[in-house]
Design a binder for this molecule. Sequence first.
Ligand SMILES: [Zn+2]
Length: 145
Amino acid sequence: MSDKKYDPRMHTAEHILNRTMTEIMGTARSFTSHLDGKKGKCDYKFSRNLTAEETALLERQVNGVIVRKTPVTEEFVTRAYADEHFNVSKLPEKAGDAIRIIRVGGYDVCPCIGAHVGNTSEIGSFRLVSSDYAEGVLRVRFRLE
Ligand SMILES: [Zn+2]
């Protein structure tokens, strides 16, 4: 995350969506994302669009994590540890040797330099608005209500 204007609630929802996409769809985490106010979009490498059933399932699972009032916590590990245990490809080089790891309870863990809420109860209701597919990229649009 390099965009400084985003809402921590939106960005934390993005963490949960990424984990949910890996679990339900088997994708990697989004390779690009853009957050603008209460609207966000995440791009995943995939082979087709989501079905209506998958869209509903993803939305339900993300909201399931949010309503459990899950704590969002940070810890720091060495760069060597992070290289071995996490995908650090989205971290800038200047992240240095102390790498910040963000946990959404026991649901998700990811290295990140961004701003997050302290508890998922702050996020509100997640709505998966739409998705489309083109040339190997599945774009998922969401917003918070
Ligand atoms: Zn983050």
